[in-house]
Design a protein. Structure first.
Length: 520
């Protein structure tokens, strides 16, 4: 549909599987542009539709992939929800009496940091046989042997994988991998790999029914689609007091039950956020800025206006970061009826204003300076130690968190950023670009008519995290080539294969990278 009918945010992605024999064809309503191969080609094969700009969608891994081409597919299973409810006015260090099956605040913080750049667990296998275990869920398995390898999927009675679990497997050595099911297990799709460094995913569509996505036909230049898998499991965020998850029923307005918070945590993949670049001297916040970053670059002074909630209904507890990217200082101004507490003006280039919406028309502003020092105003103006008592507070009222803790507002911000599957998008229109730290977990959008070279730097030059993934999209006519710097090893074919096709670069170790997906 067009954006006026259904207002999908920019960077929305949706996965579509051709489950039956009928081919799926994608068409846009009036005013909608559909780029790429707009159909599937084979049972159990997958494509993604991605809104690159309003009313402009890209089919990633369409007909050309299914018909023997090379486009890569990102699997997106986004879910939405609000902030996790915390019952009680406790600091993070004071929540120690956590019942079985729950997480402390510090463990929750660690989980968010681990998945912030789309990290995967890694299981290296060197034998010729392997049976999948519950610990493999959400990880990537490398299978390295010169001889053929048999990978067995156990039945649900033996290993109780939840439905919709996914696992990525890379054929790391010369030996092809064949997937087989234990007694009572059905395996659908092409059940083998075909080539060193090629990848497949296995997905449990129903109990004891698994689908091999991107099997032998893809690895051999054929028709399988590839799903990117970042599934994780775990229990609820720590709740102050001796309560089980099922006992938390008194959730305030805008809050989230323990079960809903678990669902939101399960789909957090790469800590994606929106990015808005402004070059003028004035700007008014928009609803699409929620949970994102605004870069303001001008030599003259800049005014950023915060609208009232009736004009722009941004959710309560939303955080927006504004960066002074140029020489001009940024000053915050509220419309009539809007209260902004805290620091209102940046001092120098590189300063960051962090805006948090406390109430419908009340915000708090903190400026983080480049080497500056100053006090931070606590939301709700609380100071000193927080009384450790079970009281009637909601999540947004827990502000006095010590080092290593996790603010309820921070949890809300993280969920807001990933709830719609947003990713960082780096637009490149030249013919040469070197990866930077900010590209981790994002997309480099290359648009030029000539050949384009993406340089992979050494870890000493740019310390991208091990296990991070970066998507490279050929948006223009120029073929994109990944070029490793001296001292960097790159496995797999290094070129894209046509306009609107993409590849994924995965950092396997300190200076070792692998190309996954659609290549020449």
């Amino acid at each position: 549909p067009d954006n006026a009918t259904v207002a999908f945010p920019v960077d929305y992605r949706i996965d579509v599987i051709q489950w039956g024999a009928g081919e799926v064809t994608f068409t846009g309503a009036a005013g909608v542009t559909v780029l790429g191969d707009a159909d599937t080609n084979g049972q159990y094969h997958t494509v993604s539709v991605w809104q690159e700009a309003p009313n402009q969608w890209v089919i990633v891994g369409g007909g050309n992939l299914s018909g023997g081409g090379t486009g890569a597919v990102d699997s997106v299973f986004t879910r939405t929800g609000d902030v996790i409810a915390v019952d009680g006015d406790y600091t993070a260090s004071q929540i120690t009496n956590v019942p079985f099956g729950l997480l402390t605040d510090i463990e929750a913080q660690s989980a968010l940091e681990t998945i912030g750049s789309g990290y995967l667990g890694q299981n290296a296998q060197t034998g010729t046989t392997y049976t999948f275990a519950l610990a493999d869920a959400g990880s990537i398995i490398t299978m390295d042997n010169a001889a053929a390898i048999t990978a067995t999927i156990p039945d649900n009675a033996t290993v109780a994988f939840p439905v919709d679990y996914r696992i990525d497997i890379i054929q790391w050595g010369a030996g092809a991998i064949t997937f087989t099911g234990a007694a009572g297990v059905t395996v659908l799709g092409d059940a083998d790999t075909n080539g060193q460094y090629h990848t497949v995913s296995i997905w449990q569509q129903a109990v004891d029914q698994w689908v091999v996505i991107g099997g032998g036909n893809l690895s051999g230049g054929g028709t399988g689609a590839v799903d990117s898998v970042f599934t994780r499991t775990g229990d609820v965020i720590a709740v102050a007091g001796d309560y089980t998850a099922s006992e938390i029923t008194n959730v305030p307005a805008g809050g989230m039950t323990a079960i809903e918070s678990q669902a939101a945590m399960d789909i957090v993949a790469a800590g994606y956020t929106s990015k808005n670049e402004q070059l003028g001297t004035g700007y008014v916040l928009a609803a699409t800025d929620a949970g994102g970053v605004i870069y303001m670059d001008n030599a003259a002074a800049i005014t950023l206006t915060v609208p009232d909630n009736a004009a722009v209904p941004i959710p309560v507890n939303t955080q927006i970061d504004i960066i002074q990217d140029g020489a001009g200082a940024i000053t915050l101004a509220g419309n009539i009826g809007v209260i902004i507490n805290g620091t209102l003006t940046t001092a120098t280039q590189g300063d960051i204003i962090s805006l948090v919406k406390k109430d419908l028309n009340e915000w708090y502003s903190t400026v983080v300076g480049s080497g500056a020092a100053g006090a931070v105003t606590s939301v709700h103006a609380r100071t000193g130690a927080v009384v450790s008592a079970d009281d009637d507070y909601n999540a947004s009222q827990i502000e006095n968190i010590p080092a290593g803790g996790l603010l309820a507002v921070d949890v809300q911000t993280a969920i807001n950023k990933v709830a719609n599957g947003h990713i960082d998008q780096n637009f490149q229109v030249g013919t040469a670009y070197t990866l930077s730290l900010s590209d981790a977990g994002g997309v480099v959008d290359c648009d030029n008519g000539g050949a384009i070279t993406i340089t992979i730097p050494t870890n000493a030059a740019v310390a991208l995290p091990i296990n991070c993934r970066i998507d490279i999209l050929q948006m223009g006519a120029g073929v994109v080539t990944a070029n490793p710097t001296g001292g960097v090893t790159l496995h797999g074919d290094a070129k894209t294969n046509g306009q609107y096709h993409a590849v994924t670069l995965w950092k396997r170790s300190t200076d070792e990278w692998v190309v996954i997906g659609g290549v020449a």
